[in-house]
Write a new protein. Sequence first.
Length: 234
Amino acid sequence: MLTSFYTATAGAIAQQNGMAVSANNISNSSTTGYKADEGVFSDLLYTNVRSGESNDLKTGHGTKLGSTDTVFTQGALTNTGNNLDYALGDSNTFFAVKTSDGSIKYTRDGAFSKSVGTDGKTYLSDNNGGYVLDSAGNSIVVTNDEEKQNIGVYTFKNLDGLLKSGDNYFSATNVSGNAENAKNADLKQGYLESSTSDLATEMSNVIVSERAFGFNAKIVQISDEIMQTVNSLR
C-alpha cells in the first residue's frame, strides 16, 4: 500500500503544478506580447514485477512536471493608432530593454512610451520604465513621435534556452546564446501583439488537472485508510 500512497501523492503534486502553469497563462491572457507556457509531464521510474519467469510486467511510480516550455507562436496584431506602439511580425524576434538595474532583458511587449532621463533627454521606454535599445544597444532618444523609431530587433539561436525573468521579460542564457540583430525584421508601428494564451484551452487544461488531482487525492485517502486498518489488526 505504500507504493499506491506515494504514487498517488506524486501524481497529485504533478497535477497541482500543472494547474499553476495554466493559472499563470490565464492571468496573462490580456498581457501584451505574452507567450503562453506549456507543462511537459514525464513518468517516474518503473519497477519490474516478477510474474513466474516473466519480467514484462511493470508498475509505475507516478508522474512529475518535467519542464515548463514557452510556446513561441505569433500572437494576433491589433492596430492601436498609437505611434509609440510597436509589434513584431516574426515569432522569433524580441525588443531589447535596459532595465533600471542596468541589465538587458528582452520582451515582445511593444507598448512603449516616453520618459525623461536624468540628462534631460526624452527616451523611448517600456511599461516598467526601462529604456528601449536600438540595434547598436544604445537607448533611443525620441525627437519626433510621428517618425518610426530606430528600434533594435533581436533574435537567438535557441529560443527554448531563454529564461522568463518576470515582468514579461526574457533573459539570455548560455543555452539560448547571445542576442543577435535580426535581419529583415518585420517591425510594425501602431500595432500591438496580443497574448497567445487561449482561455478556452487553459480552462480545459484546468478541468483535466482538477479531475486528475481529485482521483489521486482519493487514492491517497483510500491507501491511508487501509494502512490504518492493517495497523489496528496488529
